[in-house]
Design a protein around this ligand. Sequence first.
Ligand SMILES: *Cc1c(COP(=O)(O)O)cnc(C)c1O
Length: 367
Amino acid sequence: MQRTAIAAIDLNSLRHNLAISRLYAGDSKIMCVVKANAYGHGMLRIADALRDTDGFAVACVDEALELRRHGIQQPITVFQGFHNKCELETCVTHLLWPVLHHSFQLALLEDAAPALPAGVWLKFATGMNRLGFDSSEAKTIWQRLKSLNGIGDIRLMTHMARADEGADVDVKNDFTVEQINRFEIATEGLVADRSLANSAALIAWPASRAHWVRPGIMLYGASPFIEGRGPNLDLKPVMTLGSRIIAINHRKKGEPVGYGGDWTCPRDMRIAVVAIGYGDGYPRSAPSGTPVLINGRRAALAGRVSMDLLTVALEDDLPVAIGDEAILWGQGLPVDEIARHVCTISYELLCNVSNRVHFLYHGTNPA
Ligand SMILES: *Cc1c(COP(=O)(O)O)cnc(C)c1O
């Protein structure tokens, strides 16, 4: 039996968004970021549909291994690199490109030489200050790595902390410019490919594009910019999360709806019950008033979201019947808008869609 809650994944939209990324990337190569199960969209199906990209990127070795076992042949960058000797060996065997961000990884490489990865990224902290060697150490680390017998191509990267604040806002965000400069100065004279840009930087900061760009969220059709503080993008939503209305009930003015009874009917009205809840990944923190799309029109969430169900207030003139579809986000209702209501970002909503939801893929894969 087909489950009621459905995440419809439009692979044509995905490929459209890749084409948009390409327009911004110009001559830069693209590694499509498919970590966290491709932001909740299903990593292998997404990777298949993106097969004509220059490379992929994931967070950890396990994710990379899953891609290789599926037959993905392109370079795969592993953002966290290897955590131990065993993962280093996996990187070597499966031709992964681990990110080196800490001296414990250099020590592991020195022990393992000359059986070393065919490619590595050397990551420097320039302002994000989460993972990465200190920029001031760039030349020393480079030398230490270069002297290793058996090391493959070395590439250089950093990560932007505030590119999502956008370039065309009134208060110009100088932080990103500073990061780009710091990276340039630290790595000056080192002959290697470079990568700096996530989606936001790729779009808003042309100076960050370099040899490789790393778009993630934009591939899935959501905006990388906070509060719409970026250019209007021609991106298409890839995931449309929907479910069915399984009951419509008439309630009287003043009657409470849902756990806690903290929402009450402002007048006599119909309440639709939709078969989706936080057990499916719809956020429990969504407040009453969060939009839900029913038959092409916006209605408002009413009362608390529960595990399997949520309730929606229906305007009297909205034609609706049991069995109709309700869309929680996606086509016609941007996930960014829901994220704003929930005080989070689209990334978190998309990643949280649970495997109780039935995933349906449509659209074509590359030949
Ligand atoms: C997740 C990630 C990206 C992609 O970021 P988006 O904002 O989704 O484009 C790029 N680089 C690194 C290091 C990341 O961890």
